[in-house]
Design a protein around this ligand. Sequence first.
Ligand SMILES: CC(C)(COP(=O)(O)OP(=O)(O)OC[C@H]1O[C@@H](n2cnc3c(N)ncnc32)[C@H](O)[C@@H]1OP(=O)(O)O)[C@@H](O)C(=O)NCCC(=O)NCCS
Length: 93
Amino acid sequence: MLGIKKDGELIGTVMAGSDGHRGWVYYLTVSTAHQRVGLGSELMRAAEEWLREKGAVKVQLMVRSENEPAMIFYERVGYEPSDVNVLSRWLSG
Ligand SMILES: CC(C)(COP(=O)(O)OP(=O)(O)OC[C@H]1O[C@@H](n2cnc3c(N)ncnc32)[C@H](O)[C@@H]1OP(=O)(O)O)[C@@H](O)C(=O)NCCC(=O)NCCS
């Protein structure tokens, strides 16, 4: 996990994981009071750099369909939709 602190307070985080080929980014978030000043972009660049060092050649992430602001953000920082289906199955319950 990568984070940005201000005055000792965590104001932005992102998680990244690599299988050695593809990298994944999860849980990007910037506290509401500190959004729109470039921290989300900074965290994505840091995650990409971390993944590049791990040998990943591509970064993927998932965004809930209704999260339009996040879609705008990710497109702004260079991401584009992929023509894939995401399948899932709950293992509990
Ligand atoms: C998505 C998120 C991380 C962006 O963080 P941020 O620090 O505000 O992003 P940046 O300041 O680097 O934004 C870069 C550009 O993305 C676009 N952008 C960012 N937030 C946006 C929003 N809410 N609506 C529209 N465009 C947005 C803008 O073009 C922005 O540039 P600008 O401010 O010069 O116009 C932040 O809004 C957030 O934490 N959202 C809630 C959690 C979330 O949805 N995370 C993604 C889960 S998949």
